[in-house]
Design a protein around this ligand. Sequence first.
Ligand code: HEM
Length: 458
Amino acid sequence: MSTVKMPPKLPLWFALKNIRKNAQNPIPFFTNGIKMMGNIFTTYLGTRRIIITNNPDYIQYVVQKNNKNYHKSPVVKEILGAELGYGLLTSDGDYWLKQRRLIQPGFYKQRLAELTGIMTDEIALYINELAEQIKQNPQTEISKEMMGAAFRIVNKTLFSTGIDKEQMKRVDFIISNLQKYVVTQARQPYMVPWLKISGKVKYYKTLREEADSIIYDIINKRRNSGTNYNDLLDMLLNARYEDTGEGMTNQQLRDEAIILVVAGHETTANAMSWALYLLSQHPDVEQKVLKEANAVLGNHAAFTYDDLAKLNYTRQVIQEAMRLYPPAWVIDRMALEDDEVGGYLIPKGSIMLMYIYGTHRSPMFWKDPDTFNPDRFAKENLKDLPNYAYFPFGGGPRLCIGNNFALMEMQILLAMLVKRFTFTLVPNQTIEPQPLVTLRPKYGIKMLLKERRSATVG
Ligand code: HEM
């Protein structure tokens, strides 16, 4: 391994230039770094060495081929885990594997098919409420809207009738505040002493305890109810470890449930917001989605699981939206031992950043990479795409467990929204992606919504 070279080092002046701007929005920094240094380079974040790559082969090596040498970074485990609990997303090693094996069957296609009913009912309810809301005020901030929609959809598929509106509002408030708190600790570690002095640490602890008591209450009621709801919570409650035949404890259930809500709503909401934004800019594409939704739905009231395979173009639109704006714009790992990737040394303890956004926009794999073109995802056009040139859900053993759930949700939601409303971008606003934990529109996306029926009548 002694002849192996380090990935090229980004000149210090480049990393220091705009240091604050880079911390706020690392995308231009990483993209320019790749233009300057090639598809792998190293730089420092504080005292820790980070290695950034958008090379699909290197990425596949880290997340899949030699995944055993890479754990989640300390940010995910120590900060996100401490605030939100140790569920699938935030655990590693043997415990993670045990949990993944236990929970995976709940996301098999057959189980998802059974969840379609809860999901479509909630989407229909939401769309009716949105129609009422725009009668009062047609201007809507789409990213807030989608955040609310995705939150209630994942909550309903998880807890069905077990969670009421007030509880849902509180959990939403608490989770979004804890997430902001995580980002502050990760990006501005110098703020940590101030957080203690100012009483914030105590405040967030109280919030965490409140969320816990809501979730524990739901779990206990369910354990005692003796009724089968056929939702994700039932799946978690009924899952049994192979070796002991035991189920999860209340704390494990709480951790996994919170992680599913956290991992499952903001990502989906951002993908939906960007998809609606792109449709508003491409009326021809929007018309094709509408035509498909009308044809597939025909005269039945709600989409079924079998309809999903027919909503092909809608799926392509979502895939293309996630190419341009991958909700998880980067994934990180820490090397447990020295390793070698494509002839480069990855020293033990380095943080590897798999720069999804950079791969998805690389001209090496995509023609006119910044152009929105859902036809890229037509089956016949995907033949030559290398592995990991497109990986919005990650890959290897830690592939997003909710990928099919998310696709199903987004296909149904997008088709139903486009069928019911027209979406017009309010002029004179800045639309800019902001890479926090997920890639969200920095200033939101303001749109005017109009019901199609009234749009055609009026
Ligand atoms: C558009 C929507 C979504 C995107 C783009 C997305 C993306 C991702 C990515 C990239 C990872 C891998 C992270 C890594 O390797 O470090 C991941 C993991 C995960 N996702 Fe998703 N996700 C989405 C929706 C969902 C949904 C709906 C759920 C649950 C209902 C979910 C639950 C999870 C969980 C539990 C993990 C951790 C899996 C493990 O490590 O075993 N995600 N997601």
